[in-house]
Ligand binder design. Structure first.
Ligand code: F6R
Length: 359
């Protein structure tokens, strides 16, 4: 039931602190993770990881790839429909992780099937116990976000990424023999993620700011590092529920083409992590110079993007590896409030279905 909320999407955005508490419950043990099905050594034989996923889950998978790569694990993310058609080489030491909220997405199931037939080990990272992906993969890891009704995935993205942080810790330890860099601080920050998200869902200026994003020619979302998949996700959410044109870019790509489209009619939403932001800051300045309204989202204390952007939406300061999860919550709210102002069919956008069971 929607209760007092106008839409399931808004309810599910607000449910994220609860969903994340369920996701993390019992899975952080001091400075290590405790994943019920995966004790230390579970992935000793793995030497590389391939993610396969679609849509929002693909963006979560890219975040997972970023987490693994920075700590020395060979990881690549594939769009499931592409992988199904032209699969990457695998062997028995390849772990193929299907990231799929529903566990029923035909393209993802087909990619997993192709990996399994060729001898890879498969793992379903999913929300649905008993789903086809959970039943047919060698292993399953559940994100425990609870049912999601809105077609636009919100709480399940946050729970997917939080689960990937946990899984990355196990994989990095098993594959490289050492914990992730900064593991104690990062796991501490992960434990605080529900309350950090709550501080955004209870107090955000996103509704006001979203009014700057109504009916423009285009909306560009830019970020670097872990903010890049979140830029893609922010653009996907925005386009699917507002029907406005939106694109996400790696911020460094702006000058390799998209900058030609930047004008006073194209809001640019820049996502900073409060870490190594000088280059992003110059991308913001490049966009302002072309007259674009720039909205920056970054930690209040650690970022100086506020000085160069026209609008600034803060997120709580936390470990830089996790900031983009918080920024994404602001992007969900911007998309929601813009779509609401335009009276869109938020829970059932035109032409889209919650579970895509055809290829
Ligand atoms: C976007 C959205 C879709 C799904 C995609 C994969 O808001 O929900 O892009 O993420 O169809 O679905 P799952 O995760 O069920 O495999």
């Amino acid at each position: 039931e929607k209760g007092s909320y106008d839409h399931y999407m808004l309810k599910e955005i607000h449910e994220q602190p609860v969903a994340l508490r369920q996701t993390l419950h019992g899975r952080i043990d001091g400075d290590d993770v405790a994943l019920e099905e995966f004790p230390p050594g579970s992935f000793d034989d793995v030497d590389r990881v391939q993610f396969v996923a679609c849509g929002t889950s693909y963006h979560a998978a890219l975040y997972g790839e970023w987490l693994l790569s920075k700590d020395g694990v060979d990881a690549t993310t594939y769009i499931a429909s592409e992988y199904a058609a032209s699969p990457a080489p695998v062997d028995e030491d390849t772990l193929v992780v299907g990231v799929t909220q529903s566990g029923e997405t035909a393209d993802t199931l087909e990619a997993l099937e192709s990996a399994r037939e060729r001898g890879a080990r498969t793992l379903a990272l999913t929300n649905v116990i008993g789903s086809t992906a959970a039943r047919t993969c060698d292993d399953a890891l559940f994100i425990r976000a609870g049912p999601e009704i809105g077609v636009a995935a919100t709480k399940t993205f946050s729970s997917q990424v939080a689960t990937l942080v946990l899984l990355a810790e196990r994989l990095v330890r098993d594959i490289t023999g050492s914990p992730t860099s900064d593991h104690a601080d990062r796991l501490d920050a992960l434990a605080s993620l529900p309350e950090h998200v709550e501080s955004i869902t209870t107090d955000s200026r996103a509704a006001d700011i979203s009014q700057r994003c109504l009916g423009d020619n285009g909306h560009f979302f830019i970020g670097r590092g872990n903010a890049f998949p979140v830029a893609l996700e922010g653009a996907l959410k925005f386009k699917e529920i507002t029907y406005g044109h939106a694109e996400g870019f790696a911020a460094g790509e702006l000058k390799h083409g998209p900058l030609a489209l930047v004008t006073p009619e194209t809001p640019v939403i820049a996502i900073g992590t409060g870490h190594d932001e000088a280059r992003l800051k110059s991308n913001v300045t490049e966009s302002r110079t072309r007259g674009a309204p720039v909205i920056a989202i970054a930690p209040r204390t650690a970022s100086d993007l506020a000085d160069v952007a026209e609008e600034f939406l803060p997120v709580p300061a936390t470990h830089p590896d996790l900031v983009a999860i918080l920024a994404n919550v602001q992007l969900q709210l911007i998309a929601y409030h813009a779509a609401n102002a335009m009276e869109r069919s938020i829970d059932k956008p035109r032409n889209l279905a919650k579970s895509v069971t055809v290829e």
